[in-house]
Write a protein that binds this ligand. Structure first.
Ligand SMILES: Cc1cc2nc3c(=O)[nH]c(=O)nc-3n(C[C@H](O)[C@H](O)[C@H](O)COP(=O)(O)O)c2cc1C
Length: 214
């Protein structure tokens, strides 16, 4: 049985959010097929996500110069432990489900802060003479993104840096299987039925993907 890490980045309530509704559908579909499977939820808007700050950077500098953890100042130790806890939690999971809206062409800021805790040299990737190598093997990620406009084709094709950014980060750290569920043009449709149809298709895709997460 796979352990799931469900990461949400949306201050809205689930019932008002396309991405959160589809994310919950996927988690529930998985749980109905695998009752009791371990699911951990991280809501980056409600859980405190530590930021990479001056204490974290000075701690990193000291450790790479050979300092022992007990030589770190309390603030350095504290932020390092908080960030490393999130890194370890990420490494431990088998399946990552991310649900988020596109905000200003990128991911919501707290999701970026979370990414800074999981893309960590020597833990989730390493540098080799041939370049960086991802260390997370046999993992699956599902990206669920809702956006007001359309980016898969048309004039905005090169403007989308939300799911594309997350896709790059996950590939970089070694995740080979990345499924995507994109709802696009959700604020564009004057016809409410069109947006509802896109959401229904996304819900069906979530159920299909849940079946493949063995
Ligand atoms: C702060 C903010 C910024 C947004 N920026 C964009 C954007 O750059 N491009 C876009 O297509 N939609 C943008 N939107 C619209 C949302 O992506 C869209 O409404 C989406 O469907 C919301 O998903 P949700 O229902 O899961 O919250 C923005 C919305 C907000 C609140």
């Amino acid at each position: 049985m796979k352990s799931i890490l469900y990461i949400t980045a949306n201050p809205k309530n689930e019932e008002n959010s396309n991405s959160l509704t589809v994310g919950r559908c996927l988690v529930n579909a998985y749980l109905s097929l695998h009752p009791g499977a371990p699911v951990t939820e991280i809501d980056v808007f409600r859980l405190h996500i530590p930021l990479v700050d001056e204490h974290f950077l000075s701690a990193r500098q000291k450790v790479s110069s050979g300092a022992e953890p007990e030589e770190l100042l309390p603030a350095e130790k504290n932020i390092t432990e908080q960030i490393h806890r999130l890194t370890a939690q990420f490494i431990d999971a088998d399946v990552y489900i991310f649900a988020f809206p596109l905000w200003n062409l990128g991911v919501p800021p707290l999701l970026k802060a979370y990414v800074d805790t999981i893309k960590v040299a020597r833990k989730t990737f390493r540098y080799t003479p041939d370049g960086p190598e991802g260390l997370l093997k046999n993992k699956v990620a599902v990206l669920i993104q809702s956006s007001g406009d359309v980016y898969s084709s048309g004039p905005l094709k090169e403007f989308e840096h939300g799911s594309r950014y997350l896709y790059s980060v996950l590939s970089f750290i070694g995740v080979e299987r990345i499924e995507t569920i994109y709802m696009e043009g959700m604020d564009r449709d004057t016809n409410k039925d069109a947006a509802r149809g896109k959401k229904d298709r996304a819900l069906n895709k979530a159920i299909e993907i849940a079946r493949t997460l063995l």
